[in-house]
Design a binder for this molecule. Structure first.
Ligand code: G6P
Length: 605
């Protein structure tokens, strides 16, 4: 949700900042801007649109000899995307970019207006800028001005700030929104996310809540602390590039066999699950009476899939909750409730707030996170990284499959440690997850032509339905989200038996209904549900395992998953629906990696 970046050093700044902004576009891409200290003072350029629009503006109006700059790519919250609402904002002698929301900006704005400040934009950010500028112009040094102003702000922020009179210096502060600083051989950087800085350096430091930092070409200084505690990432810039694929989504879909293995391998010892690398030993499982999985979007769907698996294997109640609801409509908790926060980015505002809520209730928390060193990863009592590597496409694929596989392995671990599953079964489930699931994913990926044929039949439809029972219903929910978020086709997921209680009235001649059937015990029921919609004119597609004998008689088109156990079937079906979404979006000419209105990392509530 908005990306910010800054650089000060010995080399030209604008190229570095726009390069980083391109990488940060996954966080928002409706407007973009930069301000840089050139020969004639600080110059600001901003525009509606993407980084390419900014590059055009810069080619017409270059900012030469600028060695210090800050930039921003926006996902609009307060005020529609426009040149004026784009960041950076400037009030008086202060220039600033912001990620987050200042919730009490209206009150602050009214006060500042009384004092004579005239606002140009509709944003909360300009108010933050004006408040910091007020204290700066009253004579406070930048650090004090920032502390005084942020002391009045409610909400979340990561600010990068340049002040007139503080040449080639960037100040930054964060609360609730991510911000990292980095050190290169050519100077110092900051960004919302480390991937944006990988073209320049691997040496970084995550800022803690409330920390204020000053960057100059000669160093980074964290106030009240001193020199940052630098770390070196093992992420490579290559891993964050498209690598010959048409889209990041396609690349990331293809990375899934390895991603699943990477997620699982650190947690398997002698063929059995073992989470000791995450600090999780046998005692961790002893007092767990129930489990709440809390997350947003696809991460919540990974929870929907995992919850019945955990319940079944571990004999404890387990439910997946939408993070934006969790603390406002809190479910019953008790000593012994384990709260698992699942998040690819590790920064999703509602998931983070749920984590903090759970901790405030004294509950044990575990983060399942992909992006290393992010806030959820750092604040959870325990954290198991999914090690999927950078995920750039807004629609998550490898993020979801690694979350699902890790949660599944966690269930096996807990069941084994509790003595519910015996060693032989625990080994066999672990083996299926580690060997078979990636293999089935790989085999499904090879069947692009069949998926393209399905996509051709359905891509012009107004409305599509996914149906499934049991785990297949959970898969259907992710399938439906994937399809609608990148192809803009209306799509709903239904528990197959529920459609006839109202929604079946929407089925018209040709309406596609895609049924997922990997649950052997429910094949007969699925067969009936498919016939119900087929007899009402629907175009039926069935994604099923080879164990469903009458599949071809039942649906208009059938995609038989590679032969496998139940676990392999689940992962094969996930791949098939991801590929359908991708192909439908491609046929409809959509911007697959950057769907309209969306952002990958949602750091506002
Ligand atoms: C956004 C993304 C989704 C993602 C959700 C949760 O809405 O578009 O793909 O599932 O956020 O993100 P997280 O980073 O917490 O997994």
């Amino acid at each position: 949700m908005c990306g910010i970046i800054g650089y000060t050093g010995f080399e030209e700044a604008t190229g570095k900042v726009t390069c980083g902004l391109e990488i940060l576009e996954y966080r928002g891409y409706d407007s973009v801007g930069i301000c840089a200290k050139g020969q004639d003072g600080i110059k600001l350029l901003k525009t509606k649109g993407r980084v390419s629009s900014l590059n055009e503006a810069l080619s017409k109006s270059p900012i030469d000899s600028a060695f210090c700059a800050i930039g921003h790519t926006r996902w609009a919250t307060h005020g529609a995307p426009s040149d004026t609402n784009a960041h950076p904002h400037n009030v008086g002698r202060t220039y600033l970019v912001h990620n987050g929301i200042i919730e009490n900006y209206k009150e602050l704005k009214a006060e500042l207006e009384k004092g004579g400040v005239k606002f140009l934009s509709e944003t909360d950010t300009e108010v933050g800028c004006a408040l910091i500028n007020k204290y700066y112009e009253e004579g406070c040094d930048p650090h004090t001005a920032i502390l005084k102003a942020t002391g009045f702000m409610h909400g979340s922020y990561a600010f990068a700030i340049m002040f007139e009179g503080e040449d080639n210096t960037i100040y930054a502060v964060r609360k609730g929104s991510p911000l990292i600083i980095a050190k290169g051989i050519d100077g110092y950087y900051l960004a919302s996310d480390l991937t944006a800085l990988l073209p320049f350096t691997k040496v970084y430091c995550s800022l803690n809540e409330g920390e204020v930092v000053r960057l100059t070409k000669d160093g980074a200084f964290i106030f009240n602390k001193g020199e940052p505690d630098w770390k070196v990432t093992n992420m490579s810039f290559e891993s964050a590039k498209k690598g010959g694929y048409d889209h990041f989504m396609l690349k990331e879909m293809n990375e899934q066999p390895n991603a699943i293995k990477n997620a699982l391998s650190p947690r398997i010892k002698d063929g059995l699950p073992d989470f000791s690398c995450d600090g999780i030993d046998d005692s961790f499982f002893e007092d767990i009476k129930e489990i709440h999985i809390v997350a947003c979007g696809s991460a919540m769907h990974a929870g929907l899939l995992a919850a019945p698996i955990i319940e079944g294997l571990c004999m404890v109640p387990c439910r997946s909750y939408i993070a934006s609801e969790y603390r406002y409509n809190p479910p019953f908790t008790q000593k012994g409730t384990l709260v698992i926060i699942v998040s690819q980015s590790g920064e999703t505002a509602d998931s983070l707030a749920s984590l903090r809520y759970a901790k405030s209730q004294g509950l044990k928390t575990l983060g399942i996170v992909n992006a290393v060193e992010t806030t959820i990863a750092r604040e959870a009592d325990f954290c198991a990284y999914t090690y999927a590597g950078p995920e750039i496409a807004v629609a998550t694929t490898k993020g979801y499959t690694t979350q699902a596989s890790l949660l599944y392995l966690f269930a096996v671990a807990m069941s084994f440690k509790k003595g519910i599953t015996d060693k032989e079964n625990a080994k066999s489930l672990t083996e299926c997850l580690f060997f078979e699931a990636p293999q089935v994913v790989e085999q499904t990926l090879e069947r692009g032509e069949e998926i393209k044929a399905i996509a051709k039949e359905i891509y012009e439809s107004q409305s599509i339905f996914y149906i499934g029972r049991g785990l297949d219903y959970a898969l259907s929910q992710e399938a439906s989200l994937k399809l609608k978020e990148i192809s803009y086709v209306h799509c709903e997921a239904y528990a197959a038996g529920e459609l006839k209680h109202g929604t079946i009235s929407l089925i018209e001649r040709g309406t596609p209904v895609i049924a997922i059937a990997t649950e052997e015990a429910l094949f007969d029921k699925m067969d009936s549900n498919i016939k119900e919609v087929k007899s009402r004119g629907s175009h039926t597609v069935l994604i099923c395992t080879d164990k469903m004998e009458n599949a071809h008689a039942c649906a208009d088109r059938v995609f038989v998953l590679p032969r496998s156990s139940r676990i392999g079937g689940i992962f094969g079906a996930i791949l098939a629906v991801q590929m359908i979404a991708y192909e439908v979006a491609r046929l409809r000419g959509c911007d697959i990696d950057k769907p309209r209105n969306l952002a990958k990392s949602v750091t506002v509530e």
